[in-house]
Design a protein around this ligand. Structure first.
Ligand code: NGQ
Ligand code: ZN
Length: 452
C-alpha cells in the first residue's frame, strides 16, 4: 500500500485541496479530500491524472529529426513516408525494443501514462513472418513492461498500396498480412500482452488505402469488444483518391459503410466537411488528433472548434513521436486553431474558462474512450496513473487550480513535471524516469547502427 498526500489535486469533481490517495495493487483504492497529511504519507504539491497518447508508431521515434532535409522535388507527407519506410526496413526486433522503451520512458516523463500503439511493423526484413508472428508485438509489450506505461496494443491490418485493393509496394512488405495471418497475429498479440498489467487490445485497419471493404468487414470481429482505430482523411491526396475510388470522401465512406460508434477512433480526420464533422460527432467516435505530427507532415488543420461545438470527443496522440509531450500536443492543437481562426483561446469551453483545462479534460476523456478505459482519473478503481507538477517551476509560481494547467501547457516547456506513478509504481522522480539512463544507452546504440 502507498499513501500519497497532495496539497491540491484535480479530481473528477474538480480541484480539491489536501487530498490523500491510497494505492493498493496498482490501483487507486481511496481518495479523501480535505484531510491533513498523516504520518507516513508521501507529500506532494499538485496532482493530475496521467493522460493518454492514443496514437503512436513507436519505431518512428528512431528517425525523429532525420527527415528535415529538403529533397529534389517538393517535400510532402509522401516523400517523408518513403524515408520512413527505408528506416522501418532496417530495424530488427532488438531495435524496436530499444526504441520503444526509450519512447515510453519519455512519454511517462512528459505526462502520458497510457499509449495506444498502432502497430504495423510485423514481419522480418524480407517481408516473411517471424517464426512467432507476434515477435514484434512481444517487443512492444516488453518495452511497455520495462517502462511501466499502460499499453493498448492495436495490431494493424495492412494489405494494399492504395484504394481499391491495389498491390502493396516493396517498401510496405513488413506490414502486409492476409486476413488469416492477421487472425494469427491477433492471437499472438493477445498472448504477448496477457501478463502485462493494465494492458488491453484492439485492432487497427490501417486506412482505407490499405484495406478493402471486404477485409474491413472480415477483421472487425477480431477486435471482440476492443477499440477499432483507422487513419482517415489526413492528406488532400488521400481524399481525392478516395473520391476517385468510391465517389465519397474517407470519413463519409466510413460513416456510411462501417459500424462507426464509440468503439471507433478516427486518426487525424483532418480534411472533414461540415456535414462529416456533425455526423462524426454524433456517432460518439473519437477524433484521434496528433497535432505535432500533423504539423510536421504538413497535413492541415482539423476543424476542432466545429467538432467540439457539435459535441465531438477527441484525444491526442504523439503518432510519429518526433517530439513527445502532453503539453506540446495540447499547445500545438490550440495554436493551430488560433492561427486558423486568428483568435485566442479558441478551444476554451466558454467565457472565463481555462483553455488548458478544457484541452486537458478532452484529452483525458477522449483518450480513455479511444482506448476503452472505463474508469479513469483520480478516483477509486482507476489505475494509479498520477502526475505531479513542480511547484517551484517559475511558470507555475502563484498559480492555482486551472491556471496551473495553463502555465504547464502554454509556458513551462518541458521542465514542469516532477513525479509520475504508473500503475502505482513511482517511475519518474524529479522529472527523470528511473530507466532513463539505460534506455538512452540502448536507444543510442541502436540508432547509431541504423543511421550508419
Ligand atoms: C503511418 N503515419 O502509418 O505511420 C502513417 C504513414 C501512411 C501518418 N499517417 C503511412 N502520420 O499513412 O500510409
Ligand atoms: Zn499514424
Amino acid at each position: 500500500m502507498t499513501r500519497l498526500h497532495f496539497a491540491s489535486a484535480l479530481l473528477p469533481s474538480g480541484w480539491a485541496n489536501d487530498v490523500q490517495v491510497v494505492i493498493t495493487a496498482g490501483a487507486i483504492a481511496e481518495v479523501t479530500p480535505g484531510v491533513a497529511p498523516a504520518a507516513g504519507d508521501e507529500r506532494h504539491g499538485i496532482a493530475l491524472p496521467g493522460l493518454t497518447s492514443l496514437h503512436s508508431h513507436a519505431f518512428q521515434r528512431g528517425m525523429a529529426g532525420l527527415a528535415e532535409l529538403r529533397g529534389d522535388s517538393t517535400d510532402t507527407f509522401w516523400t517523408w513516408r518513403e524515408a520512413m519506410y527505408r528506416f522501418a526496413l532496417a530495424m530488427t526486433p532488438d531495435d524496436i525494443a530499444a526504441v520503444a522503451t526509450l519512447l515510453y520512458v519519455e512519454m511517462l516523463e512528459q505526462g502520458f501514462t497510457r499509449v495506444g500503439e498502432f502497430h504495423y511493423l510485423h514481419h522480418d526484413r524480407d517481408g516473411s513472418p517471424y517464426a512467432d508472428i507476434g515477435e514484434m508485438a512481444a517487443r512492444i509489450a516488453q518495452a511497455a513492461e520495462a517502462s511501466s506505461i499502460a499499453l493498448t496494443l492495436l495490431p494493424s491490418f495492412y494489405a494494399h498500396g492504395s484504394f481499391g485493393g491495389a498491390a502493396p509496394h516493396a517498401g510496405q512488405r513488413r506490414f502486409i498480412c492476409s486476413v488469416d495471418q492477421f487472425a494469427a497475429l491477433m492471437s499472438a498479440s493477445r498472448k504477448a500482452i496477457s501478463k502485462l498489467p493494465g494492458a488491453n487490445i484492439g485492432i487497427a485497419p490501417h486506412s482505407l488505402r490499405a484495406v478493402t471493404p471486404g477485409e474491413l468487414a472480415a477483421i472487425i470481429p477480431l477486435a471482440d469488444d476492443g477499440p477499432v482505430h483507422i487513419h482517415a482523411a489526413e492528406q488532400v491526396k488521400e481524399v481525392e483518391d478516395c473520391l476517385a475510388w468510391s465517389g465519397q470522401r474517407p470519413v463519409q465512406w466510413l460513416l456510411e459503410h462501417a459500424p462507426i460508434d464509440r468503439r471507433w477512433c478516427l486518426i487525424h480526420a483532418t480534411h472533414t466537411t461540415d456535414e462529416e464533422v456533425t455526423a462524426l460527432a454524433k456517432t460518439g467516435a473519437v477524433a484521434g488528433l496528433c497535432p505535432i505530427t500533423e504539423a510536421s507532415l504538413g497535413d492541415g488543420i482539423f476543424p476542432a472548434r466545429e467538432f467540439v461545438d457539435a459535441g465531438g470527443a477527441f484525444g491526442v496522440g504523439t503518432d510519429s513521436n518526433v517530439l513527445v509531450g502532453v503539453a506540446d500536443e495540447l499547445r500545438q492543437l490550440e495554436y493551430g486553431q488560433r492561427l486558423k481562426h486568428r483568435e485566442r483561446n479558441v478551444l476554451s469551453s466558454g467565457a472565463g474558462r481555462s483553455t488548458g483545462r478544457t484541452l486537458f479534460d478532452h484529452a483525458l476523456t477522449g483518450g480513455a474512450r479511444a482506448l476503452a478505459q472505463a474508469t479513469i482519473g483520480l478516483r477509486p478503481g482507476a489505475r494509479a496513473d498520477i502526475v505531479t507538477l513542480d511547484t517551484a517551476h517559475p511558470s507555475l509560481a502563484g498559480r492555482l487550480r486551472d491556471t496551473v494547467i495553463d502555465g504547464w501547457i502554454f509556458a513551462a516547456g518541458n521542465g514542469a513535471i516532477d513525479c509520475v506513478w504508473a500503475g502505482g509504481h513511482k517511475v519518474v522522480e524529479g522529472g527523470r524516469h528511473r530507466l532513463r539512463q539505460t534506455a538512452r544507452e540502448h536507444f543510442n546504440a541502436a540508432v547509431r547502427r541504423l543511421v550508419a
